[in-house]
Design a protein around this ligand. Structure first.
Ligand code: GTP
Ligand code: MG
Length: 477
């Protein structure tokens, strides 16, 4: 496909603002899925996503679209999760795109995650298409919300689209905007292959299957590929793109998003953020990749039956392929035997990982109470990481203790300003800034100790604002 006929974009938003439902309508309108294949939030393909009604993984899908100008386009869409624990999925998706559809619920307006995802997309240099969704709701206030977006992004009011993903209103106009406003990808078809691995999954028969965004050159079956970070070489068996399953293609070229199968048996070879290269014609420079992600919350995971230890190790390795933010290392406990100390991005992430291990790999697990990691600097300069106060070394040898902090962004109606300040203060928060999003809602920035925020902060915040506040946070150095 010629580069100027390709558009790569992702859908980002606060949790539940309707990203996956909007993706449904785009799939439907472009005739990508037949009526029979269609169901609500069809891209949420994991059982857990369907049961909980939330997206936890990025999902890529290719569509074909014939625009009003009569031209045919290839649209690569990535649906992303909205919950703060899965922000890593969002940041990885952004690197595979030139545009982002920023969805805002017209009844709720801009929320904490809207802001965070907007800033991530702007940082990644993407063209932003602001979209007000749920305009069918009786409580929707499209005019007021539109102003909010105009102020926030600096677009013209007519550049904010209004849609209802549920009722299928405004979808045509959105598709046209995507074609008009999202820039086509750049890349050199004649240069040696460079493709970015942005996700991977494990197939029992085919091994590790990386999802890639090709930047330069082509991937074809029969060629040999290598990687930037490891020395292995594999012959390519198949390439293609995802719809609700794999669709085989002859090649993947510049600007295209798809999968590649090369019988990659050593799972650790496919590192998210690494560059896929032509083994016989290696490009000189690797792609920039991603910044390493640090786990925030730790917990021990042990098989209830100690015979399952090897299976747990195997399951963690395979799951890590599909979730680059999962961290684990072997650990032993006197009570629980052999297991793993695992690191997560938050409590929901931890819960999801445990459930996926149990369901997708048939394991039965015992996990320990989650906690955060403190760094103790000793008087002799040594640094040790500690999760459990009982492991604290002799006080006289401690120079200082460092506690992990986060920068929290809270959005709430202005009548709750006092409550939010009080709560943050109780939780040892340090005020950083506050500003009005419009006349009735404010955005706060606080720095808080991670330990204070990780357990029940969100529930308390919701409780003291009648459920109106939203929260987002990122680790501080
Ligand atoms: N009334 C109305 N409801 C909508 C609309 N779009 C989505 N919803 C509902 O909003 C809820 C959340 O929709 P999702 O599409 O799962 O939202 P999401 O942004 O993908 O959520 P996460 O991926 O978990 O962040 C569902 O109950 C949808 O039916 C809309 O246009 N109108
Ligand atoms: Mg979703």
């Amino acid at each position: 496909m010629a580069l100027d006929r390709i558009r790569n974009f992702c859908i980002v938003a606060h949790i539940d603002h309707g990203k996956s439902t909007l993706a449904d309508r785009l799939l439907e309108q472009t005739g990508t899925l037949t009526h029979r294949e269609m169901e609500a939030q069809v891209l949420d393909s994991l059982d857990l996503e369907r049961e909980r009604g939330i997206t936890i993984k990025l999902h890529a899908v290719r569509m074909r679209y014939e625009a009003k100008d009569g031209q045919r386009y290839q649209l690569n869409l990535i649906d992303t999760p909205g919950h703060v624990d899965f922000t890593y999925e969002v940041s990885r998706s952004l690197v595979a795109c030139e545009g982002a559809v920023l969805v805002v619920d017209a009844s709720q307006g801009v929320q904490a995650q809207t802001l965070s995802n907007l800033f991530l997309a702007l940082d990644a240099g993407l063209e932003i298409i602001p979209v007000l969704n749920k305009i069918d709701l009786p409580g929707a206030e499209p005019d007021r919300r539109k102003e909010e977006l105009v102020d926030l992004i600096g677009v013209k009011p007519e550049e904010v689209l209004s849609v209802s993903a549920k009722e299928g209103i405004g979808i045509d106009a959105l598709l046209e905007e995507i074609v008009q406003r999202v820039p086509p990808p750049k890349g050199d078809p004649d240069a040696p292959l460079r493709a970015l691995i942005f996700d991977s999954y494990y197939d029992r028969y085919q091994g590790a299957i990386p999802m890639v965004r090709v930047v330069d050159g082509f991937i074809r079956p029969g060629m040999r590929i290598g990687f930037g970070a490891v020395d292995s070489v594999y012959p390519v068996d198949e390439v293609g793109y995802l719809r609700l399953g794999r669709f085989e293609q002859e090649t993947l070229g510049p600007g295209e998003v798809g999968y590649l199968i090369a019988g990659i048996k050593r799972i650790s070879d496919t590192k998210v953020g690494d560059t896929v290269l032509d083994a016989d014609h290696r490009a000189e420079h690797l792609l920039p990749g991603y910044r390493e992600i640090k786990p925030m919350v730790f917990s021990g995971m042990y098989p209830s039956d100690s015979d399952d230890y090897e299976e747990l190790r195997d399951a963690l390795e395979k799951l890590k392929l599909n979730d680059g933010s999962l961290f684990y290392e072997p650990e032993t406990s006197t009570a629980l035997g052999f297991g793993f100390r695992c690191g997560f991005l938050g409590l929901l992430h931890m819960e999801i990982i445990q459930e996926r291990l149990e369901r997708e790999f048939g394991l039965d697990l015992v996990s320990t109470v989650p906690n955060v990691e403190y760094h103790v600097v000793m008087t002799d300069g040594e640094r040790i990481a500690i999760e459990n106060p009982s492991a604290m070394p002799d006080r006289s040898k401690i120079l200082r203790i460092e506690e992990p902090y986060v920068r929290a962004r809270i959005v709430c109606p202005s009548e709750y300003i006092g409550n939010v300040q009080k709560l943050c203060h109780e939780r040892r928060g340090e005020y950083r800034s506050m500003h009005y999003l419009d006349t009735t809602r404010v955005e706060f920035v606080y720095e808080l100790p991670l330990a204070e925020i990780v357990l029940d902060f969100y529930d308390r915040l919701k409780g003291s604002t009648r459920g109106y506040a939203s929260l987002d946070w990122e680790p501080l150095e």
